[in-house]
Design a protein around this ligand. Structure first.
Ligand SMILES: Nc1ncnc2c1ncn2[C@@H]1O[C@H](COP(=O)(O)OP(=O)(O)OP(=O)(O)O)[C@@H](O)[C@H]1O
Ligand SMILES: [Mg+2]
Length: 142
């Protein structure tokens, strides 16, 4: 998956770094297509809401009985007051900007639905170096 995104990002003059700290042998059961859709939506947002040189960092860690995946970008970011709202269906922070970029406000609502269907949680945060961070956890066993 990461290889695919790296290729796509090269076309946008961006780069992607993967930091996978999940020990070998850890198993998680997910719907593969739906899981990929979550990443597709997150990466496409990072591409869409970044103007200049885009850097995306993907971090995977084991967090107790969960696996935690984070995607941080160097784009426009979102003010903290919108951190929960952006997961609502049809919610777009900057309506004119989003229309121009063809967004309908569904991507993150779909991500939330998929993550919750796997017994997990998803949230937004502000990474140290700016941009937007989205993390989600999926329990290893249910
Ligand atoms: N990486 C990001 N950087 C900055 N803003 C973001 C980012 N991801 C999402 N947003 C903001 O959150 C809003 C909701 O995102 P969401 O993916 O749900 O919808 P969309 O991208 O507008 O449309 P769609 O995903 O249906 O094409 C976006 O309109 C945008 O304002
Ligand atoms: Mg989107």
């Amino acid at each position: 998956m990461v290889k695919e995104y790296e290729q796509e990002l090269l076309e946008h003059h961006g780069e992607l770094t993967l930091e996978c700290r999940i020990p070998p042998g850890v198993v998680m059961t997910v719907d593969r297509d739906k899981f990929k859709r979550v990443f597709d939506n997150l990466i496409s947002n990072s591409v869409k809401y970044s103007k200049d040189h885009l850097k995306i960092m993907m971090i995977c860690v084991q967090d107790g009985s969960n696996l935690k995946f984070s995607i941080e970008d160097t784009g426009a970011g979102v003010v903290p007051e919108e951190f929960t709202k952006i997961f609502d269906q049809f919610y777009r922070v900057d309506k004119s900007r989003s229309r121009e970029q063809g967004g309908s406000g569904l991507g993150l609502a779909i991500c939330r639905r998929i993550v919750e269907a796997h017994g997990g949680k998803i949230w937004a945060y502000a990474p140290e170096d700016g941009g937007l961070g989205i993390s989600f956890v999926i329990p290893m066993q249910r």
